[in-house]
Design a binder for this molecule. Sequence first.
Ligand SMILES: Cc1ncc(COP(=O)(O)O)c(C=O)c1O
Length: 430
Amino acid sequence: MALAQQRSKEQSIAWYRDHVSSGKAAFFARYDMEFIPGRREGVYLWDLHSGRRLINCHCNGGVFNLGHRNPAIIDALRQALDDWDIGNHHLISHQRAALARRLAELAPGDLPYSVFASGGGEAIDLALKLARAHTGRPRIVSARGGYHGHTGLALAAGDAAYRAPFGPMPPGFVQVPFGDIPALATQIDHDTAAVILETVPATLGMPIAPPDYFAELRALCDRHGALLILDEVQSGLGRTGAVWAIEHWRAPGQGGTVVEPDILVTGKGLSGGVYPIAATCYRPELNHFLHDNPFIHISTFGGAEVGCSVALAVLELTADRAFLKRVRELAGRLASGLEQLRDRYPETLVEVRQLGLMMGLVFPNETCGPLMTKLIYEEGVLAIYANNDQRVLQFLPPLIMSDLEAEETLAALDRALATLSMLHGWRILH
Ligand SMILES: Cc1ncc(COP(=O)(O)O)c(C=O)c1O
């Protein structure tokens, strides 16, 4: 860190521009948002050179659920480094086994097996491969405007805007509007391998599905022999006040049991913000394929053993009842603060979408999301608009945020909304 600080900001930016991404360097210069993360701790990030401080309500979509450099997570990584390294991805691994076992204990349903990946896209790809191999069917149904990563099959299941420049995609992918059961019913047939959905689609601006949506979807899948894949890369691991977001959707008339997916994908927060790891967790019925073909899917870094130790520590903190209760408490506190802001700026903050600490603030038009990103940045908060619905600002505070920090965040939001409202009142935002 000291060495980096000796370099000027201009030097860091020039190196980044010349060797990493000239496009991103130009983008951040254009909006005067050349923040370079340096020191980081809890909910805060400090600029490497200026020391300017931001509250991180972007959290890389959940990577920093437990805050930056959470001491328990750093400890787990340090201890793991005393004994382990990445391990060998072909051999039997105690750490991978221990993590898969813990995931199985916490899973929403009977998902005893996990395949590990180094990122969410890779884990989604495996989910889709497994669905096709198990069913022998080609068709994959996903949500229009959903996001599952930028790797091969994940990209094919995602938004058209990210696919268009890259030529022909694998065939068999169709998309329907999120939250629309009749639309799903027209697309699920005897050729359908799986329906894949984010439980709460973040890049689509956090729409919250109706209470019966996932139960009806589960029934549709069962009727046609299709699998249900839930992408909980962002929504899982405590973000919504439950370990998994799907726990909020229960099947009617079955004692209110949780809707169970056939495959669940987790990532981001599983890393504790310090060691990349993701997982594809799946039902026993699907295991025959990987049992017969154990080397057909390989990831050198997937389930790196030091990463497994970190992920186990993440699960220990996340599954704690008191921790989840506190997440719900904080969500309630932010909900009432946001309600007051809605009363104060009814024409600008037109809707608040919220499930626990997974929040989307909806503004009147698509200029407003990007503009709010900038306005709130100027007020000391990092939060980024939803790319596939730019009316929405994604609002994802770290789950460990204190009441005081929540007040500080709401005050910053208040100031940013005052400016947005003024601009909106002048009718210059369309
Ligand atoms: C819901 C969801 N699924 C999958 C991914 C892909 O994860 P990764 O970037 O680790 O490949 C993301 C990343 O933003 C995501 O938000």
